[in-house]
Design a protein around this ligand. Structure first.
Ligand code: ADP
Ligand code: ADP
Ligand code: ZN
Length: 217
């Protein structure tokens, strides 16, 4: 299956992506993770992206479209993929449609995870992310056994520098202005499947599998 995960920052895209990718045996592609990797390696892309990410602004379309489309050409994406955090603008969505149709593919569904703004601030200020396997935790809602290390791989857990109240507030504003229009974009294509993201992690996952039934299995 070719899937896209849509939703505001902190809605649980990364958390659910881990489970969905495992269940459907498809690669989890997070442009946020790819960009952070580039920032930490100080590549040309990383240096360019960092100033935008620090402010909670979107990295320019031409940069992100290039890396996402390139990644989708890899052999492991030919039998399906799960995009997390891409597309985030109508221009990115159009570029994705074009690239997929050129290679004879198409999207099967767009999962839209709905969460209210107040909850997002709580989630992101308590989020901890593994620098190695990228798994995410929450100090209260999904606590790791040791607050400094990943249960899954032992990697170091960090509080992302863009998970401060100020930056999160701007990321939410950017989401509403630039990403939310994708909801009607995908509704028009009859691909949108919304789920209530304000339930337990297990319940959200269950709902996702339920709305996908009929499209897989
Ligand atoms: P979130 O937790 O908000 O979903 P991500 O890890 O997906 O965060 O993204 C972190 C940052 O990386 C964004 O604030 C943005 O600066 C940049 N980024 C990630 N994906 C994209 C994209 N598709 N387009 C533009 N910028 C992106
Ligand atoms: P996104 O990728 O959309 O930015 P994450 O998956 O990183 O979101 O989740 C943001 C934070 O909220 C993390 O700390 C995560 O552990 C926590 N979280 C995710 N899903 C839930 C949930 N259903 N209930 C409570 N906390 C959650
Ligand atoms: Zn880890």
């Amino acid at each position: 299956m070719n899937l896209v995960l849509l939703g505001p920052p902190g809605s649980g895209k990364g958390t659910q992506a881990t489970f969905i990718a495992e269940e459907l045996e498809i690669p989890h592609i997070s442009t946020g993770d790819m960009l952070r990797e580039a920032v930490s390696k100080q590549t040309e892309l990383g240096i360019k992206a960092k100033s935008y990410m620090d402010k909670g602004e979107l990295v320019p379309d031409e940069v992100v479209i290039g890396i996402a489309i390139e990644r989708l050409k890899s052999a492991d994406c030919q039998k399906g993929f799960l995009l997390d955090g891409f597309p985030r603008t109508v221009r990115q969505a159009e570029a994705l449609d074009k690239a997929l149709s050129e290679s004879g593919h198409k999207l099967d569904a767009v999962l839209n995870i709905e969460v209210a703004d107040e909850e997002i601030i709580n989630r992101l200020t308590g989020r901890r992310s593994c620098v190695d396997c990228k798994r995410v935790y929450h100090l209260v809602f999904e606590p790791p056994q040791n607050p400094n290390f990943c249960d899954a791989c032992g990697g170091k857990l960090v509080h992302r520098s863009d998970d401060t109240i100020e930056t999160v507030t701007n990321r939410l504003k950017v989401y509403k202005e630039q990403t939310e229009p994708l909801i009607s974009y995908y509704k028009r294509q009859n691909l949108l499947k919304s789920v209530d993201g304000q339930q337990s992690i297990d319940a959200v996952f269950y709902d996702i599998l339920t709305v996908l039934k009929g499209d897989y299995a």
